[in-house]
Design a protein around this ligand. Structure first.
Ligand code: HEM
Length: 212
């Protein structure tokens, strides 16, 4: 029997080598662009994390060090910043295209769900990245956001507590924000992108086999 892992790889391989009808080339171009931007984001993020220090007294100094003293640090930080905004724009265009062409319906529905989730997680990743400068503005934005989450009853209070790591915003909150930003959210985006490719591979495979 074929293992699940082999199934995923086979579906991705099928997506990669199947000739694409001209009307779907735009969708594919947006998809590859998102994947490319994601890799660039991970690459520049890893470079930043070599110097960034997620502890409240050190954050400002480490960001300043990246900007002034690290060779090309200003460029890496700028690319990391603008790529996240480019990802949001391209994800939005990708979803808009799916709505306009109607490809979100029928066999395209799983891709539509995966795509909207990618967009949501990219927004959260951008938001948490913006907080990492840990200045007055980040502190108050995060305090406000957590108070709003807390207003959603006991479930909201639970998530706000987990994000804060206690009853107030402090060093633990920064550490959790940093972990979520650099590990949890990028992994979530990666899983969703692979799922998207897998659904696509399955659809194309189905068409080739004449099932649809
Ligand atoms: C894949 C989705 C990601 C998005 C959308 C994203 C977005 C952002 C944004 C918008 C910032 C603020 C940049 C600024 O100061 O203007 C930031 C900061 C940062 N990110 Fe990411 N990031 C991602 C992944 C990662 C990964 C994978 C790592 C590390 C492995 C990482 C490490 C960092 C670090 C260390 C900072 C703080 C330095 C700074 O403020 O410039 N990021 N990120």
């Amino acid at each position: 029997m074929q293992s699940g892992e082999q199934g995923v790889l086979k579906a991705i391989w099928s997506a990669l080598r199947t000739p694409v009808a001209p009307e779907h080339r735009g969708d594919l171009a947006f998809g590859w662009l998102i994947l490319g931007l994601f890799f660039l984001q991970v690459f520049t993020g890893i470079l930043l994390s070599l110097y960034y220090q997620p502890s409240p007294p050190m954050v400002a100094e480490s960001v300043q060090y990246i900007m002034r003293d690290v060779d090309w640090g200003w460029l890496v930080r700028g690319v990391h910043h603008w790529t996240s905004h480019a990802m949001i724009v391209v994800c939005a265009l990708h979803l808009l295209r799916a709505v306009i062409t109607g490809s979100y319906r029928g066999a395209g529905t799983p891709n539509w769900y995966a795509g909207t989730l990618v967009m949501a997680v990219v927004l959260v990743a951008t938001y948490t990245g913006d907080l990492l400068t840990w200045d007055q503005s980040s502190y108050w934005r995060l305090t406000g956001a957590l108070a709003r989450i807390e207003s959603f009853g006991s479930v909201g209070a639970f998530f706000a507590d987990v994000a804060r790591g206690g009853s107030e915003v402090n060093a633990t909150t920064l550490s959790r924000t940093y972990s979520a930003h650099s590990l949890l959210l990028p992994w979530m985006i990666w899983v969703l992108l692979v799922a998207n490719l897998w659904f696509l591979g399955r659809r194309l495979g189905m068409r080739r086999g004449g099932t649809r």
